[in-house]
Design a binder for this molecule. Sequence first.
Ligand code: ATP
Length: 324
Amino acid sequence: MWRGVVRPYLRRMTALDVRNLHKRYGEHVAVDDVSFTVEEGEIFGVIGPNGAGKTTTVESIAGLRTPDSGSISVLGFDPVRDRAEVRELLGVQLQESGFPDAIKVAEALELHGSFYRDPADWRELMELLDLGDKRDTQYKALSGGQKQRLSIALALVGNPRVAILDELTTGLDPQARRDTWSLIERVRDTGVTILLVTHFMDEAERLSDRIAVIDGGRVAAVDTPAGLIARSSAVQQVRFRVSRPLDKRVLTELPDVTGVEISDGRWLVTGRGQLLSSVAGALARAQVVAEDLRVDRRNLDDAFVAFTGRAPEYRNLSERRGER
Ligand code: ATP
């Protein structure tokens, strides 16, 4: 089991501070004005439509692209000016790997570890990523999931304090995705801050402490997953049956309620704000029990639509069929 370095911080530092980032390619503005901060120990998700500027943003943080303006701090260091320091502090797993086909798993890990001052134990990482029995397998002979796990191991082999993971589970089957999520949570538990770019809403919702929604090169919203969902779902609905007759006005007079419909003994209450607790309180005061109570649960897909005006995109249909 990879032990990493457990870092019990008394006071959290800011791991990443991105301010007013701007980057254009020719006439095309890829990142218009992106700002956010990530606290140490967080898993911070970045979501947004294709072409929103996510990869440009995270590659700028990694020092792989140079922004036209704005500032980036990785634990106090600038990725362009302080390249050597940032290399030691930051591990990056990117969409494209670019490994030589013939390199073997163990060789790739050992080689990459040798580039760092204080690397993790690559053998332990290999076990953690479940690649032990593939140690002598060439890169070209690995399955998609194994390649993905190797790229995560390589992002961690320098023992980074911040890891950037871009499209972490794209191409993995549902079980491999869940295994990868557990792994990422274990990595976070060792104190590593994680910046996670994903187009899977369930992944972002499950893993992220906070999420930035990027759209058109700008940050449309930053919040916890629950906060984004709550902010995006203005309209809520509660359904139930009543244990005994109830005067409709008990509910229609509530400030959060905008509509009450009754059909075949089923009540449908529409409203906003703290709708569920308002309704539950009113029913309790009227000594009515709500039976078969259901609340329409909004999820991050709804928040994505609300903040970007588009549905989340999936890389291919099989991912969608397998996962949604
Ligand atoms: P995706 O989800 O599809 O990976 P993204 O949000 O990561 O998209 P970026 O890859 O940052 O978006 O791209 C933002 C915009 O900049 C896109 O319109 C893209 O076509 C353009 N772009 C990105 N890299 C370059 C480049 N090297 N040269 C020219 N245009 C680029």
